[in-house]
Write a protein that binds this ligand. Sequence first.
Ligand SMILES: C[S@@+](CC[C@H](N)C(=O)[O-])C[C@H]1O[C@@H](n2cnc3c(N)ncnc32)[C@H](O)[C@@H]1O
Length: 220
Amino acid sequence: MPALFHGAWRLVLVQGMAAALCSGLLRQPYWWLPIHLLFLPAAIAMLTLHLPSWLYLSAVLLLALVFWGTVKGDVPLFLSSSAVADTVKAIVDQENAEVFADLGAGVGSVAVPLARQRSLVVDAWEYAPLPWLVTAWRCRKLSNTKVKRVSLWGCELGRYDVVFAFLSPAVMAELGEKVRNEMRPGSLFISSSFPVPEWEPESVVQIEDRRRTKLFCYRL
Ligand SMILES: C[S@@+](CC[C@H](N)C(=O)[O-])C[C@H]1O[C@@H](n2cnc3c(N)ncnc32)[C@H](O)[C@@H]1O
């Protein structure tokens, strides 16, 4: 039995290495390598724990509620630092902005600190159920803030003085089109980390946080 066990583990490791090798040869992004390498060993290790099946179902449901559209290629949740929120707040003050939107607000890392500035009207657009719920809860006492559980592609940008987005390179060209068509002349679009292709930013703000985030600021 132990010999069979060791043989099976060897096979599992060979499978992982072969999958990782294929992934490398097919030039998949580098972060796929550990996934291919560890997937089957992790699955087998979990089976040996004999965990109840509802635990797996709960984990899948939880992940689905957080990473709602990610399976079909939408932007996943990852959070801006407090340094980003502070910098966006300073830009909003400098602009004398009255109405602000966060497109894809996540758990409110940027929208909530800005909403605490009572003179500012804040719309936080977020369509993943759990992050939306967290932001809605955090803003429950802030009457200047609306937390909307809808897709950012359906929102109308004409009323905002400043729009903030931290999304992904995959959507920046399309988002740029939307911004150009809908935002008022003179208003400001801030994209965290990802520039709009072929647009010239008015300024790029370098933030000294862990990710060394850049804010690309575009004047309409
Ligand atoms: C990278 S996170 C940024 C979260 C937050 N703005 C921050 O800076 O911490 C992107 C967020 O956009 C949300 N999102 C992605 N596509 C969306 C869409 N079409 N409509 C609304 N929210 C979307 C995701 O669910 C995720 O919470």
